[in-house]
Design a protein around this ligand. Sequence first.
Ligand SMILES: Nc1ncnc2c1ncn2[C@@H]1O[C@H](COP(=O)(O)OP(=O)(O)OP(=O)(O)O)[C@@H](O)[C@H]1O
Length: 832
Amino acid sequence: MPARASSGGSARKKPGGRSSPTKKRMPEGPIVFAFSMFGQFLAVLWKVIAHTVGGVARAVGRGARDLDPDLRRDGAGLMLLASGVLIAAAVWWQSEGPLLEYTRLVIMGGFGAFSPILPLLFLPIAVKLMRTPGTAKPGDGGRLAIGFVAIMLGLLGLIHIAHGVPRPAEGAEALQTSGGLIGFIASGPLSMVITPTLTAVLLVLVLVFGILVVTSTPIRRIPERLQTLFGALLERDGGPDSGIGILGADEEGPEQRKRKPRSGPTASTVAGDHERPYDTPVLPQSPEPVAPALTDGHEKAEGENAKDESKDKPAKGRRKKTGAPDPTPAPATAEQLSIPSRVVEGDYELPAPPMLEPGSPSKERTKANDDIVSALSGVMGQFKIDADVTGFTRGPTVTRYEIELGPAVKVEKVTALSKNISLAVKSADVRIQSPIPGKSAIGVEIPNTDKDIVSLGDILRSSAATADDHPMLVGLGKDVEGANVVANLAKMPHVLVAGATGAGKSTCINGLITSLMMRSTPDEVRMILVDPKRVELTMYEGIPHLITPIITSPKKAAEALQWVVGEMDRRYDDLAASGYRHMDDFNAAVRAGELKAPPGSEREYEPYPYLLVIVDELADLMMVAPRDVEDAVVRITQLARAAGIHLVLATQRPSVDVVTGLIKANVPSRLAFATSSLSDSRVILDQAGAEKLVGKGDALFLPMGAGKPIRLQNAWVGEKEIRRVVEHCKKQSEPSYREDVAAPQGPKKEIDEEIGDDLDLLLQATELVVTTQFGSTSMLQRKLRVGFAKAGRLMDLMESRDVVGPSEGSKARDVLVQPDDLPQVLTDIRGG
Ligand SMILES: Nc1ncnc2c1ncn2[C@@H]1O[C@H](COP(=O)(O)OP(=O)(O)OP(=O)(O)O)[C@@H](O)[C@H]1O
């Protein structure tokens, strides 16, 4: 407004001034007038041409923007390649032709002595663009451009100074043989105002800056980057195989794949080394360069010192120093979960990594993502919410879009819009996360219409998995940011896997077992597989990692769990006797020859393998013997961590009668696949979320101690791959089964005959009577919902086992067992 007023004002005040120049010039003559008209015509023509060209360019630009990003990158790569060929033809081969001559003039004039090297730069950049579509991050283009400009200015300026800073006035040849026009611009003017030497110093700095920008390296991380670079070079020169990538694995000879004694920190040669502050079962994505700089360096130094110490000093001396109590004597006859002599450490060859197939290459951005960004922005605009979609990270199954709020905008305004967002993005499975951990932004997770396949092979070959050689490490999948998620089962230490049918549980169990087969020998990890569904795990029959044939009968499974409790007790006895707190320490001492059986004992210590019990359908077991299974699970989960015994319990019925409060309280890690209801999600995770998963391996992983679950796409492993790995393992060694695992123990048979089918009821009745100290038949009738005759029979059975006294008419019987003795009495009744 003020601008218009003033211009109007000035026009009124100076009517004959600059506002009407043509009127003044007209009388100067017809030639001037003709020129002026021609000038105006040219101006109009220019406007028309410019408008048309601009319109075409904008249309092409819009078209190009609508192209698939991969195609756009391919196009850019091809254009670079064509430019490289053109420059090579002009500069190297001095080819004839007006375009080539012009190119030669421009390139040699601009880049001088550097021109012949220029075409060589185009080829690798073009190939990189085409080979890795979609891996660039937004902003990469600008960064690379700035970096390359800085490198060129620095380099050409230095070349120019080396040639004595020739000026353009000295002729084209002088420029062509030095740093060219660019070299002159970078060094000439500066050399005049400061000395050429000082200019050279500044140009070196510019060159270094360019290199840092191109390699995206902050100055403080230069030493770290150099270390990584030299590390990689050394490894390539015959250093230890990194195991990353299929190529690396292919190059590896069979000799190299033989299991060597583990040497990493997890091999734990130092007592207590496996316990760390803020420990979590989930391994970091890239443990090598970044995080270790602060913590690992410190830990490593300590670890190394400690390791050296362990070499020189006997374990006993070390323990005494810490003031640990004197060890209790070792049980002389205790039996160990022995390892067959066929499996000798060093002879067992692990399956080659290429046995597992690669997945599909991950995409960083597709057109579908761009469409959703504009749909989300549209919703924010329609509801007049001051919020922007600031970016997104594409995972294999879902993409997380980040929404940042303006000042004083309530988070609830966005979260309340979940249904509108669902509608706008045409997807029912929208999950809103507020905030995204580590960011002040709201995350909206929306399933991808074009999903990637995450393969177990890729996860196990990733640096996250190869950086740690712990035998219990398993590949889980990829998170929403596309990072590999691997976890240590020994640290979980027990996990509940649940989800509706078809959500991907069995695939997950297959992935866990296959991970272990790929990474560990039978003398490191043994498994008990319980498969009441009878079909899911049959392909693993006969692998040497099993200690008993696959258990399909729920009743036998309950017995096997009892055996595991016994095995745990045996291990604890040995731990107590040797004075160690964890099986890893015990094993390390046995391997180092520091532990000898007590004099007079027939025992010979052997390292204990980790024992993993996988139950694929807990519900079937809970239907047959709820009490026994619950008791065993609770005992194992409460104590088995230090004994190296771990449970994986899977169920498709996450209801409270299957996943009881006691089981839930003792199984700290949870892996939830898509559930059919919110209440199922609450049973597994204690929070909502699993009902919004899209199925087929989409999961929420809540590791022990974590507050918020990690969303991940579980890794896929096909049956063909599993069979290949199983075949390989079977060829390496035969299983050596323990006869007693799923067999009824002790003189049970005789007692069974007397008790008949009432064992479970009798156990419940005994527990009731002993805990309440009230031997009443009518109470049994009420609490156990049995008839008078059955309750009377149970009383008689209890009397015959000295749990209650004889009948005294209508009075309650005396209870002869104290609550403290209950576990022993129950074991006796079971015949254990
Ligand atoms: N990680 C995955 N990646 C890709 N697809 C998967 C994945 N996991 C499962 N699927 C798909 O989902 C289907 C069902 O998976 P799976 O058999 O593991 O489900 P489930 O939960 O074990 O079902 P059920 O309880 O009936 O055995 C598979 O056949 C496969 O097509």
